[in-house]
Structures are given as structure tokens and as C-alpha cells.
Design a binder for this molecule. Structure first.
Ligand SMILES: [Zn+2]
Length: 450
């Protein structure tokens, strides 16, 4: 294996050159975002209102679904001055995206989009389109937030994430080249067996990352492994957690074992980074220059201070398939408390996103939630699913079929499960009409009764 590149070489030369070749104004975007960081909240709110109006105006002009919705609500984009003025518009849900996907896509020929999908937080896979032009701004925002954690472009990054199995060789080669020149070491969370964690710990020691990005469940599992077995843990400057709810005990063990601060981040496949902690860890700063976030109760009304509600996001950067008032299914607490760091971006508290049970195979391998959400998108037509483990020998895989489902898909799924969980791991498929989901039960799509 090649030795990692010096961070300064990547930061000063390789990265800017690569972005220039791709004709991305990413570094200019980054400078703009950073210049906005110290603006007072009132000024940021003005910028947010302006971008909100621009988003609504383009959606009205080019997206049939929103034109109808705004006409029905009697809403004119120019009359919107903040999130509170959106209340007349219906929420965007995953059901609406599935049913109306054609009418949600822009008719503006200047915009280019690409397909994307997410396992979501409720066991319902979602397919949607992202906007090509959103990339640089979103990447710039990630760099802005990483700088809060003392991390910069080119610093060695280890990512412990749910990387897909069985991708074509060409994809894997191009990913390896990209990772090498970006100083990234990917590690997969699909296998968190003792042997694999021992290998992961060793690879991290050799790579000496400046930071680790991971699901809290995966990195805390690895921290626990190092602590129990005495395996030496690498000592990065920061650990960025994302993708699931971060529990206090997880933060504790990660900080203790890896000797570095944990920075919690909230984001998703639909939106990239929506909010992140700064070094004061006083809550998550919301990026209101890029998103509009509402926190609403069961009845859809805005939550009061200190109240937990569902995060509803409007994204200013995806105008190919705009997400306006999108119900994320994730919960957060509203606060008007200001962060002692002095940044203008407002705070939200306690993201209560998904939590995953872990499935255990006969050989003792732990298979985390992200394998199963990835699997749910490996064949078409899984509308919703639930994995239930009653015995160590196998699982029940419940599927609510949707458009595109065929019975033959069971064989494909079984083969992928055998590949990851072993041939002796049994899978019983149950095709069902519905899987009851409650709000608090949304996290229970992987259910272990062991
Ligand atoms: Zn702060």
C-alpha cells in the first residue's frame, strides 16, 4: 500500500487543481460561507429569507407540483419573509415523493440532476433526484464545519461507514484513486466482528488519521473493542459522528478511547450537512444560510421552546427536485439559547434520529443497521421493511412490497445476506401488507429479541 500523501500537498495543490478541472467554484463558496459565520443572527435570517424566496420562485416557475401547491395555498414567493410564512404549504412526505416524483422534477432545461437514494430512518427506502449544481456548495459547507473541529482539506480522514458490497470493479478502482488523492481511508461497518475490528484498529494505527467520520454506533463499538481487548487505538484530533442518534455514553467512550473530542453532525443523503456542533458542544448550529428548518409537533404546528418535534427541512441548493417543507422523520428540540462561541447560526438541541439494533450471526459477527438499509435498496420494489431476530441462527425479513417487487428478488437478497452473514444464517421472508410504525417506533425497523 502507498504511504499517505502530505496534508499540505493535498490542501494546496491537488484539491484546488481537481476542483478547478471540474470547474467548481468550491473554494470561493467556502470563503463566502466562512465570511458569513460571524454575521449576527438577524443578518443571517435576512439572507435565509432571500434564499427562501429565490427557491420558492424557481419552484413556482418550473416545478408543476409546487406551482399547484402554492396556487392552492394562495402563497406568492415574494410574500415569504421567513419560515413562519411557509405554514400554508403542505408538508412534503416520502409518500408524496413516491407518488408525484415526475411532477416534483424541474422543467428548467438549465438544471441537471442525478438519481440518489436513501435507506431513510424508518425502514422505507426513498429514491429521489439531487441537483448537480448543489455539490460544490455542500462540499464547501462540510469543509467549513470540519474546520470548526480543527480539520482542514487534505488532512487524513478515516471513514467508518456503510459502504456497498459487490460494486463493479471499475467503480471500486475509481473510488480507491479518489480516496488516495483525498487522503481518505474507508472502512466498512458491514462487518463489525471481533476479527474485523482488530484489523480496523490496526489499519487506523498505521494510517494515523487526523479525524474519523463514523456512525456513533460503529465507532463506539470499535472503541469498546479496543478498551476490552487492550488493542491500541489511534489518537485523531477529532471524531465526527453522523447518521444516527449520538448517546452520551457513546460520546464518553469514543472520547476516552480515541483521546479526541466528538463533534456531532446532523445530515442526510437528501441534504448533506444541516447542522453541526462547534468546539463548545452546546448544541448543533443550524446552517440557515443553506437550509430552512422548522420543528413541528404531531399537529404540524411549530414547537415551543424546549419542546421536541419533527425536523422539517427546506433545502436551497437542490432546485432540480426541490425539497420544500420535507418531513425528515428525525426529532429535535427547539431552543433560542445562543452558543458561547459567538457564531450567528442558531442552535438546535438533541437530535433524536434513528437508533439501530444490531443483528448477530451464529459466528458472533455483529451486523449494524446500515447493512440492512443498504440491502433494502439492493433490489427494486421494497416499499418498507423490518428485520426481526428471535434466535441467533437467523432473521425474519418482513417486506411490504411496492412497485417493481418480484418474488425472485428474495433469492438476490438471500445471496447478499449469505455473503455478509454466512451461509449458516437463515432468512425467512414474510411478505406483508403493512408494518405498523409509530413515531417512537420509527427506530424499530431492526428488532432484536436476543
Ligand atoms: Zn458555537
Amino acid at each position: 500500500m502507498l504511504p499517505p500523501l502530505p496534508a499540505a500537498l493535498v490542501r494546496r495543490l491537488i484539491y484546488p487543481a481537481y476542483r478547478a478541472i471540474k470547474r467548481e467554484g468550491l473554494l470561493a463558496d467556502l470563503a463566502e460561507l466562512e465570511s458569513m459565520e460571524r454575521l449576527p443572527l438577524e443578518r443571517l435570517e435576512e439572507i435565509q429569507a432571500l434564499r427562501l424566496r429565490e427557491t420558492l420562485a424557481e419552484a413556482y416557475r418550473y416545478v408543476p407540483y409546487y406551482r399547484d401547491a402554492m396556487d392552492r395555498a394562495g402563497l406568492r414567493p415574494e410574500n415569504v419573509h421567513g419560515p413562519e410564512d411557509l405554514a400554508a404549504l403542505p408538508f412534503l412526505t416520502k409518500e408524496i415523493i413516491r407518488a408525484e416524483s415526475g411532477r416534483l422534477v424541474t422543467t428548467n432545461p438549465a438544471r441537471k440532476g442525478y438519481r440518489s437514494s436513501t435507506g431513510g430512518s424508518t425502514g422505507e427506502p426513498l429514491y429521489f433526484f439531487n441537483d448537480h449544481s448543489a455539490g460544490p456548495g455542500r462540499r464547501a459547507n462540510t469543509i467549513r464545519t470540519y474546520r470548526w473541529a480543527g480539520i482542514d482539506i487534505g488532512d487524513r480522514q478515516a471513514i467508518l461507514w456503510g459502504f456497498a458490497l459487490g460494486r463493479p470493479m471499475a467503480d471500486r478502482i475509481s473510488a480507491s484513486i479518489k480516496n488516495y488523492f483525498n487522503n481518505i481511508m474507508p472502512l466498512s461497518t458491514f462487518d463489525m466482528s471481533e476479527e474485523e475490528m482488530s484489523r480496523q484498529a490496526a489499519r487506523l494505527r498505521r494510517f494515523r488519521p487526523a479525524y474519523i467520520v463514523s456512525y456513533p454506533s460503529a465507532i463506539s463499538l470499535l472503541a469498546d473493542f479496543c478498551e476490552r481487548t487492550g488493542a491500541a487505538a489511534c489518537q485523531p484530533n477529532a471524531v465526527v459522528t453522523s447518521g444516527e442518534m449520538l448517546f452520551p455514553h457513546q460520546r464518553e467512550i469514543i472520547e476516552r478511547v480515541f483521546g479526541s473530542e466528538v463533534f456531532n453532525r446532523y445530515g442526510s443523503r437528501e441534504f448533506a450537512n444541516v447542522a453541526m456542533e462547534c468546539g463548545r458542544h452546546a448544541g448543533l448550529h443550524l446552517f440557515i444560510d443553506l437550509y430552512c428548518a422548522e420543528i413541528v409537533g404531531e399537529d404540524g404546528r411549530p414547537c415551543a421552546e424546549g419542546e421536541t418535534g419533527e425536523l422539517v427541512i427546506t433545502d436551497f441548493s437542490n432546485l432540480f427536485m426541490p425539497f420544500i417543507r420535507y418531513r425528515t422523520g428525525d426529532l429535535a428540540v427547539r431552543t433560542s439559547r445562543r452558543c458561547p462561541c459567538g457564531r450567528g447560526h442558531p442552535l438546535i438541541e438533541k437530535i433524536e434520529g434513528r437508533t439501530f439494533d444490531v443483528i448477530v450471526t451464529p459466528s458472533g459477527k455483529k451486523v449494524g443497521g446500515f447493512f440492512w438499509t443498504w440491502l433494502s435498496r439492493a433490489v427494486p420494489g421494497i416499499h418498507r421493511f423490518q428485520i426481526v431476530q428471535e434466535s441467533p441462527g437467523g432473521i425474519v425479513f418482513r417486506i411490504v412490497p411496492g412497485k417493481g417487487w418480484e418474488d425472485g428478488h428474495r433469492k438476490t437478497l438471500a445471496a447478499k445476506i449469505a455473503e455478509n452473514c454466512g451461509e449458516d444464517f437463515t432468512v425467512d421472508f414474510e411478505i406483508v401488507e403493512d408494518i405498523p410504525l409509530t413515531r417512537s417506533g420509527k427506530s424499530r425497523f431492526i428488532l432484536s429479541r436476543l
